[in-house]
Ligand binder design. Structure first.
Ligand SMILES: [Zn+2]
Length: 419
């Protein structure tokens, strides 16, 4: 039924090579859920959010039609509709916090929807965006601030994925957070992320969507085939590893190509993923491949920026990433051990500690050649000891992920470097 609403099928690509003794590259159930993502429903959500005129943190909190209060109430109501419609239980809550900004003290509210997981040990996968917007003057709560791409687009992804993903139960808990007061300095996520760390919440991944609906750049160039993923250093840290994992899963499912940009965000800019990576969690920002900064943070960030099919493709990518991680076994805790294979020149022998989880059917070993941004080869190994990898260059890095029989692949553990 997706095609009737103008959703193109994912671009066919060469299938990812899987060994005859290994699990499939994709899970058919995740593919089926991706087909339920509706581009026009996403566009409709962006239009509704833009229709509040401004969602500035200091805009009206109590006007039923215009301002941040009306927008927040609509988001909450939409999530509660999904909670009632889906087969699984969804809890919708407001998370209040105090904002001191531009000589005013206000109460802001993150909107949090939680789909509790049924697996043990408990794990959480976060999908996030921000619902506030801003005008040229960051302190002006009265001016029009449509914020279509920044970031009604990201909120629309959350709302759509709550609809689609609440139709079944997941092993990990899925948490969807529409943050408030991002524009005054990441205030909603700076409130939430340290508290989550203090509680010891086992968050395995944070996927932050901010400016994900437009394909056009400032000079008229367009890119509807790729998405950028930003992640904080270090290069073998949890956030960068999540970015590489996103590229790998996107390729397996034949989705938008993930461009891993090895820095926390664009020059001089930031996003709600950063308080999470600062707190030690694996967190990435998804953002369109092209953007037009002349049409951000002003009255020109309008709905005509949005390419509904592209926004649908970003939503499907989020679904695949979150669903895979919500069903995959835990990641290996440590790097593999490396020994030079004396009997085979140019080869190394790898071993690692088995992941103690009954679902584990084997392991994917990724090789990242020196200087390469992404994992290159991935090699299937049913057992945790004695994999021999041939033709490795000096400085090559190796990492291991656990996999089950259904094509679900964990995050890769830390890398070991070829001596
Ligand atoms: Zn933004």
């Amino acid at each position: 039924p997706g095609a009737a609403e103008g959703i193109p099928a994912p671009t066919p690509r060469a299938p990812v090579a899987v060994p005859p003794d290994g699990p499939p590259a994709t899970d058919p159930e995740i593919v089926a859920l991706m087909a339920d993502v509706r581009a026009l429903r996403l566009l409709g959500d962006v239009e509704r959010l833009v229709g509040f005129g401004t969602r500035h943190a200091l805009s009206a909190a109590d006007d039923p039609r215009r301002g941040v209060g009306a927008a927040r109430a609509w988001i909450q109501a939409d999530l509660e509709r999904s909670a009632g419609a889906g087969g699984a239980q969804v809890q919708v809550e407001l998370e209040p916090f105090t904002l001191d900004f531009a000589n005013r003290r206000t109460t802001q509210h993150n909107v949090v929807a939680t789909l509790p997981g049924i697996g043990t040990p408990k794990r959480l996968v976060y999908l996030t965006a921000h619902y506030d917007s801003r005008a040229d003057d960051v302190a002006d709560g009265a001016a029009d601030a449509p914020g279509a791409d920044d970031d009604a687009s990201g909120v629309a992804v959350l709302l759509e994925l709550v609809r689609v993903m609440s139709r079944r139960q997941w092993d990990a808990t899925l948490r969807f957070v529409a943050f408030a007061a991002e524009e005054p300095g990441l205030k909603g996520s700076r409130f939430h992320a340290p508290a989550a760390a203090a509680l010891g919440l086992p968050i395995v991944a944070v996927l932050n969507n901010d400016i994900v609906g437009g394909t056009a750049g400032a000079a008229g160039q367009a890119d509807a085939a790729r998405v950028r993923v930003f992640s904080a250093d270090p290069d073998d840290g949890p956030s960068r590893r999540l970015a590489r994992h996103a590229a790998l899963v996107a390729a397996r499912y034949g989705l938008l190509e993930v461009v891993v940009v090895p820095r926390a965000d664009r020059e001089g800019r930031g996003g709600d993923h950063q308080p999470f990576s600062d707190a030690g969690f694996a967190a990435i920002r998804l953002i369109a491949a092209e953007e037009d900064m002349g049409r951000q943070h002003n009255a020109r960030d309008t709905v005509d920026r949005i390419d509904a099919d592209y926004l649908g493709a970003v939503a499907r990518l989020n679904l695949a990433l979150a669903a895979n991680l919500a069903l995959a076994p835990p990641a290996p805790a440590g790097p593999p051990r490396i020994a030079v294979a004396a009997d085979r020149p140019g080869a190394v022998r790898l071993a690692w500690d088995a992941v103690p989880d009954a679902r584990v059917a084997g392991y994917w070993v990724a090789v990242r050649e020196a200087g390469a941004p992404l994992y290159g080869r991935t090699i299937w190994s049913p057992a945790a000891d004695g994999l021999v990898v041939d033709a490795v260059g000096a400085g090559a890095r190796f990492a291991v992920a656990a996999a089950d029989d259904h094509g679900h692949i964990s995050l890769f553990g830390p890398e070991a470097v070829h001596p």
